[in-house]
Write a new protein. Structure first.
Lengths: 326, 127
């Protein structure tokens, strides 16, 4: 296991030694720069007496500035445990979305995306609070209230997801994801050093992916499916293929599978409500009904996606023939 | 073109129109409702950003007696509040909503039905 040190402003290693009890001789920078006298912000450092090859490669993976910067900010505002848990969840989400292909095809996919958005809102509120405190401007009460409100919204809507994320974290005082008080305290105490425990290569690669996403979390989640499709178009362009045709195929199959998925989810919601009105259906029935709707939306999305992909190439050719004939 | 390609071609054309209607309805009607403090919290569940557009379209398109019944169930949070919406929309909004909603539903559910019949092997005459 590698322990990684991140900071968001220059820190003297002597200070770290007295404050955190980490011997300065144990802090290793990337490359040949062993035992630096002070830490450069937004750069991962390894804490180890005799690092293995694996440890070094883990740190190098997290090295690029854009990744390290996001990771540092996230670890500071969320705590190390939660950052690792979020990286894990986001990776799962990617697998899930790629498996179902149509972006709008699954009820649960949306819920996870909604969770990501709620966490992001909370985080933004916390960062805003920290900015207000640091600039010593007015409105700190308001900013704190905003953070608490964002927390409450996240807590009421995504209780189960939060439990799943925070179950692995053992901090006694609670973590920012389980307690808004703890989070605002962390924001106020203006910490600037965070420690991450990276267990294996897999976890490091998840962290890299998480760090790459535009602004912490958020928009990255919505464009995953699109990324795959755009990748297909780009491949066709690079290999000198007919990329306009590929674009027509990808965008029409996306639009139609999304349409089928949203129609099923919306109609399914109406059917469930109707069952509630007309029959004595209970919560168990509703949950099963919801699962059936999600599954059929995903299934129909996949079917439509495949069928359209197999056929829209021919449609494109026919349209082109028509245009050339004019 | 094979019969399957012809049908999918028509579906692509309809869906293109639906996408335009989605944006237009979202910008003209739902934007207005989102800004209105009386209605902004009554637009139904938002599985994904923009889902409230479909909820509003549904509330304005389905028979209002059915939508009113939904309002008193434990699944009310799924749907938009029909009475409030009728108060705050005009005739044009409602026509737009119906056009958008029923096009989306017919084309989407047609594809779903087609998928079901194809997967269960009931029909094979399209391809």
């Amino acid at each position: 296991m590698a322990e990684i040190l991140l900071c968001n402003q220059p820190v003297d290693t002597k200070g770290i030694e007295s404050q955190w009890g980490i011997a300065s001789s144990d802090i290793l920078g990337g490359g040949d720069n062993a035992n630096p006298a002070s830490l450069i912000p937004y750069r991962p450092y390894l804490i180890s007496q005799n690092p293995s090859v694996l440890d070094r490669s883990l740190v190098n993976q997290l090295g690029p500035r854009n990744i390290a910067q996001n990771l540092t900010d996230m670890s500071l505002s969320f705590g190390a445990d939660n950052t690792l848990a979020l990286a894990h969840i986001t990776a799962k989400l990617k697998e899930y979305n790629i498996a179902t292909t149509g972006a709008v095809t699954s009820l649960y996919g949306h819920r996870v995306q909604g969770f990501g958005v709620a966490v992001k809102k909370y985080q933004d509120a916390l960062l805003a609070y920290r900015d207000v405190l640091q600039s010593k401007s007015a409105g700190r009460v308001l900013a704190k209230q905003r953070a608490f409100a964002a927390y409450k919204q996240m807590q009421t809507r995504f209780r189960f997801e939060l439990q799943a994320v925070t179950a692995a974290s053992k901090a006694r005082r609670g973590t920012p994801l389980t307690s808004a008080t703890r989070a605002t305290n962390i924001a106020r105490s203006s910490r600037n050093v965070a420690r991450l425990h990276v267990v294996d290569q897999f976890q490091a690669s998840n962290l890299v992916k998480l760090g790459k996403q535009a602004k912490f979390l958020g928009n990255g989640l919505a464009v995953i499916d699109f990324g795959v499709r755009v990748g297909n178009i780009e491949n066709s362009y690079k290999t000198g293929g007919n990329w306009e045709r590929e674009m027509f195929v990808e965008s029409s199959s996306f639009a139609l599978s999304a349409g089928a998925g949203s129609a099923i989810i919306n109609a399914g919601g109406a059917v469930l409500s109707f069952l509630v009105v007309a029959t004595p259906i209970g919560w168990v029935g509703l949950i099963i009904g919801g699962a059936v709707i999600a599954a059929s939306a995903a299934g129909a999305g996949i079917w439509v996606n495949n069928t359209v992909k197999n056929n829209s190439g021919g449609i494109y050719d026919a349209i082109m023939k028509l245009i050339y004939a004019l | 073109m094979t019969p399957t390609q012809k049908i999918i071609g028509v579906l692509i054309a309809i869906n293109f129109f639906i996408m335009i209607l989605f944006i237009v309805f979202g910008q003209i009607t739902v934007r207005k409702l989102r800004k209105n403090p009386a209605t902004k919290d009554e637009l139904g569940i938002e599985f994904v950003s923009g889902w409230d557009i479909i909820n509003v379209a549904q509330a304005l398109s389905m028979p209002s007696s059915i939508m009113r019944k939904f309002k008193n169930t434990k699944l009310a949070f799924l749907h938009a509040n029909v009475d409030l919406l009728i108060q705050h929309t005009n005739k044009f909004d409602r026509i737009l909503a119906r056009l958008f909603y029923w096009l989306l539903m017919t084309s989407g559910l047609f594809m779903a039905m087609w998928a079901l019949l194809d997967v269960t092997g009931v029909i094979r005459f399209f391809s």
